[in-house]
Structure formats: structure tokens, C-alpha cells
Write a protein that binds this ligand. Structure first.
Ligand code: NBP
Length: 483
């Protein structure tokens, strides 16, 4: 018997994915550079399903049925590139190579083109959910040629996470780099969501002086509301955790420096190129960056930067209401962050000629991935209803939620500013909301400045055309540019 799918790279992710495939009725060829990993997988989990272990790449390729289909799960970068080339040399036209790592979508687009010239189907597939997800059901975002989906669809559907309604969390996202693009934005949204939760925590902790355990209980309660999500759930878990050695809240043991591996940065860089304002994601990336600027932070601690001792000025009765305000502000900001992320996907689709079903993207994020949440049902419903015009915020449900939250939202941002608590994501989301609803933006002034110093021209509100004022002459005369 031959294998209907193969996995190259059997570290945490690859081994988990191989087991998931085998457990769900696939015959899985497995290969790893160091053969001990292959042997260990078979020894420990060989009875979970049908595996065909291989110790050379040739043996591995020969154990695959045609069209040969292989998922590469080795270290991103050069090792992944090397395996793609080695497999391509052994493959025939029609065979499928899948890159399951977090690859930059433009690299995927380039590779897909190269492989297509050799007749090989190349599929960049975003996989979310970490090792647990890979084993028990990830959310999967495959791109690549539509034709490859005929073979991959049933295999991926067999292993993907299942949403509450039983539907598998995988769909063919679009051609070439679309899958990795959507995975990238997923991670960007994840950054924003985490930052918003972290700001909420800070407001309750330093603002109201609540203990981590009390805040954990609040997040447990919030998880029963429209905020219900994996990230809120694990926030409560982290905050409930106590350091065994010292008895201190564990959160106080962890260094306050948030690291990153790059997908958030790519999301923002890509958004800048398009350009789409993803201010919540950008603030989240910058906030992590600031947290790691240890030298500057230490210098600021030496009393160089004056300001209030972080607090929120409130009576005891008002505190309860403020906790509710933070909850509303979190929800409203989350709506903005997701709306911005979906804007980036729709703008990316336009730029790179992908047909992406945004409702389907929301659906496959409902389970298996880090941002899984009830909330995503609202987003998919909104897209499926056809009620969305140019942004999620105009969908009646989200519009109403934003409007209902806005007094709380404003109160939280104002109190945070007065009390010296940084809320970059909350305040940028609120500013985005206010900018979007402004009938006149100060952009008019910027365009006036640009025309003055650089003759960059401007449009007029009262007639069509492109104009330039002769500022240097008398400032009174205007010329109409013909283009
Ligand atoms: P790692 O990223 O730690 O990579 C380990 C694997 O790469 C091993 O199979 C190792 O083989 C192989 N490898 C290395 Br390292 N250098 C190699 C080389 N020069 N030639 C051939 N093979 C080489 O594994 P992972 O954490 O399982 O992640 C796999 C992929 O999945 C990555 O691209 C990652 O970005 C992606 N991903 C990870 C997560 C996650 O939560 N961890 C989530 C989503 C996607 P060896 O055994 O012989 O050293």
C-alpha cells in the first residue's frame, strides 16, 4: 500500500500533524533529516494509524501514491527552501508540495510560480493552533492552485478543527500566496487582541488596584459574555496561576518584555504598502517593541519622566461601573481591530488578484486557532448576510455594539490618560472610530501644507479638477493643473 500523503519534518508540529493524519484514516509517509525522530514517532505512536516510515528521501518519495502529496514542516527559511527543491527534483508534474510553516506570502508567491513552471502544484498553507492544534485539529489556511484542492480538500477536512456546527475549519483561501497572507493577518489580529486584553488587565491592576486573582475572576465572567474566546479564557488561567516557590501571583514573576517572531510585523509592513490603516495591530507590535527597549525604560525609571502614579480616580461605587466600562471598551476596540484586519485581507485580495470569501475566513477561525471565539460567528454572519458595505463596522450588529459601547470607551480612554496608564490600542481604536465618522478631517490642512511647500496640488470641495495655489507669488492666484 502506498501513502496518500507524506510529512517531512517530524519535530513538534510535523509529528503532531502526522499523527492527526494517521488517526483520521490517512496513510502517512514520514521522513525526517535525523532518522531518530522518525523511529521515535513510529515506536511511540505507530499504532495510532497507518504510517510508512522512510529513512531516505528517495524511499519516502517512492512510498507515495500519485499525485504525490507532501507537507513540509521543517524549520522556516533555508531548511524549508532546501526541501522544496529536493522534493521538486524527485517529483513529477501534477505532484503537490505543501509548505505548512509561517512563510512570508511573497516568498510563497515566488515559489508557487517557480514550481508551476515545472508542473508542480505548490501550496502555501497557514496552520494555526500550535502543537495541540496540529494534533487535535488546527485551523488551516491553504492557498495554491485551485486544482490541488481536489486532492487536498478531503484530507485537510479530515484533520482540521471542527466548529460548533461540525464544519471543518479549512477552506481553499485563494491562489498562490493567499493562504499565507490570511495566516499572517490572523496573527496580526491575534497581536491586537492580546494587546487589548493586556491594556484591560493594566487598567484593572494598576488603575483600580485589583489583585491578579480578582482580575482572573473578572475575565472568567467576561468569558460568559460576547467576549467569549480562547484568549480571554487563557488570560484568566495565566492570572489565576500562582508561583509555587514564592506564593506570588505568577504574572509578577514573568519579565514584562513581550517577544515576537515576525508575523505581526509583516502584517503591519504589508498594510503600509497597500496602504490600509491597521492602527490597532501596529500599536500592538509597537507596544511589544517598547516593552523590549530595556535601556530606555530603565532610564525613565530614574525619575526622568514625570507624571501621575498610575491610577484611575474613582470612588468605591464607581469602580464596579468602571470594570463594566473596560469590558465595553475592550469589545468595541476588538471590533475595530478585526474590522481593520479584514480590511487588510480584502485590500490584499484586490492587490494580488485573489478571490477571498471573507465570511469563510471568519468561519475557519471559529475553532482550532488562537483567535477562536464566538465573535467570529458574528463576523461570518455579517459577511454572509451581504449587509457589509465597505467595512465590518457598518454591519448593523457591529454598528450598534460600537454605538452602545462608546460612552464607556471614551470614559476608559480619558481616565487612562488622566491617570497615566498607557492604552495605545484602546485609544487608537477610538481615534479610528472618530476619524471614520468625521465629516471633515484635518487632512485638508495637510494637503494645504503639501501644496505650499511642494506644489503637490489639492482637490476642491466645490468643483472637480486638480489645483495649485501660487503661494510664493501672492497666495491669491490658483492654477488648474491639466493632467
Ligand atoms: P522547528 O521549526 O523547530 O524545526 C525542526 C525541524 O526542522 C526538524 O525536523 C529538523 O530536523 C528540521 N531541520 C532543521 Br532545524 N534544519 C534542517 C536542515 N538544514 N535540513 C533539514 N531539516 C532541518 O519545528 P516545529 O516547531 O515543529 O515547526 C515546524 C514548522 O511549523 C516551522 O516552519 C514553524 O514556523 C511552523 N509552525 C510552527 C508552529 C508552532 O506553534 N510551533 C505553529 C505553526 C507553524 P532534525 O530533526 O534533523 O534536526
Amino acid at each position: 500500500e502506498k501513502a496518500n500523503i507524506g510529512v517531512v519534518g517530524l519535530a513538534a508540529m510535523g509529528a503532531a500533524l502526522s499523527r492527526n493524519l494517521a488517526r483520521n484514516g490517512n496513510t502517512v509517509a514520514v521522513f525526517n533529516r535525523s532518522s531518530w525522530r522518525t523511529d521515535e514517532l513510529i515506536k511511540e505512536h505507530g499504532e495510532e494509524g497507518k504510517f510508512i516510515p522512510a529513512h531516505t528521501l528517495e524511499e519516502f518519495v517512492n512510498s507515495l501514491e500519485k499525485p504525490r502529496t507532501v507537507i513540509i514542516m521543517v524549520k522556516a527559511g533555508a531548511p524549508t527552501e532546501a526541501f522544496i527543491q529536493k522534493l521538486a527534483d524527485l517529483f513529477e508534474p501534477g505532484d503537490i508540495i505543501i509548505d505548512g510553516g509561517n512563510t512570508y506570502f511573497k516568498d510563497t508567491m515566488r515559489r508557487e510560480k517557480e514550481m508551476a513552471e515545472r508542473g508542480i502544484h505548490f501550496v502555501g498553507c497557514g496552520i494555526s493552533g500550535g502543537e495541540q492544534g496540529a494534533l487535535l485539529g488546527p485551523s488551516m489556511m491553504p492557498g495554491g492552485p485551485e486544482e490541488s484542492w481536489k486532492k487536498l480538500g478531503p484530507i485537510f477536512e479530515s484533520i482540521a478543527a471542527k466548529a460548533e456546527d461540525g464544519s471543518p475549519c479549512v477552506t481553499h483561501i485563494g491562489e498562490n500566496g493567499a493562504g499565507h497572507f490570511v495566516k499572517m493577518v490572523h496573527n496580526g489580529i491575534e497581536y491586537a487582541d492580546m494587546q487589548l486584553i493586556a491594556e484591560s488587565y493594566d487598567l484593572l491592576r494598576r488603575g483600580l488596584g485589583l489583585s491578579p486573582a480578582e482580575i482572573a475572576d473578572i475575565f472568567d465572567e467576561w468569558n460568559k459574555t460576547e467576549l467569549n474566546s480562547y484568549l480571554i479564557e487563557i488570560t484568566a488561567e495565566v492570572l489565576h496561576h500562582v508561583d509555587e516557590k514564592t506564593g506570588k501571583p505568577f504574572i509578577d514573576i514573568i519579565k514584562d518584555q513581550a517577544q515576537m517572531k515576525g508575523t505581526g510585523t509583516w502584517t503591519v509592513q504589508t498594510a503600509l504598502d497597500l496602504p490600509v490603516p491597521v492602527s490597532a495591530i501596529a500599536e500592538a507590535v509597537f507596544a511589544r517593541g517598547l516593552s523590549e527597549r530595556v535601556e530606555q525604560r530603565e532610564e525613565a525609571q530614574k525619575n526622568i519622566l514625570a507624571g501621575p502614579t498610575p491610577h484611575v480616580e474613582l470612588s468605591d461605587e464607581e469602580k464596579k461601573a468602571f470594570i463594566e466600562d473596560v469590558r465595553h471598551a475592550l469589545y468595541a476596540s476588538k471590533i475595530i481591530a478585526y474590522a481593520q484586519g479584514f480590511d487588510e485581507i480584502s485590500e490584499g485580495a484586490r492587490q494580488y488578484n485573489w478571490t477571498i470569501d471573507l465570511g469563510a475566513v471568519a468561519r475557519i477561525w471559529r475553532a482550532g486557532c488562537i483567535i477562536r471565539a464566538q465573535f467570529l460567528n458574528r463576523i461570518s454572519d455579517a459577511y454572509d448576510s451581504g449587509e457589509i458595505t465597505s467595512s465590518l463596522v457598518f454591519n448593523p450588529y457591529f454598528k450598534k455594539s460600537l454605538e452602545e459601547a462608546q460612552n464607556s470607551w471614551r470614559n476608559v480612554v480619558a481616565k487612562a490618560a488622566l491617570g497615566g496608564i498607557p492604552v495605545p490600542a484602546f485609544s487608537s481604536c477610538l481615534s479610528y472610530y472618530d476619524a471614520l465618522r468625521s465629516d471633515r478631517l484635518p487632512a485638508a490642512l495637510i494637503q494645504g501644507q503639501r501644496d505650499l511647500f511642494g506644489a503637490h496640488t489639492y482637490g476642491r470641495v466645490d468643483k472637480p479638477g486638480v489645483f495649485h495655489t501660487l503661494w510664493a507669488e501672492d497666495g491669491q492666484h490658483e492654477v488648474e493643473e491639466t493632467r
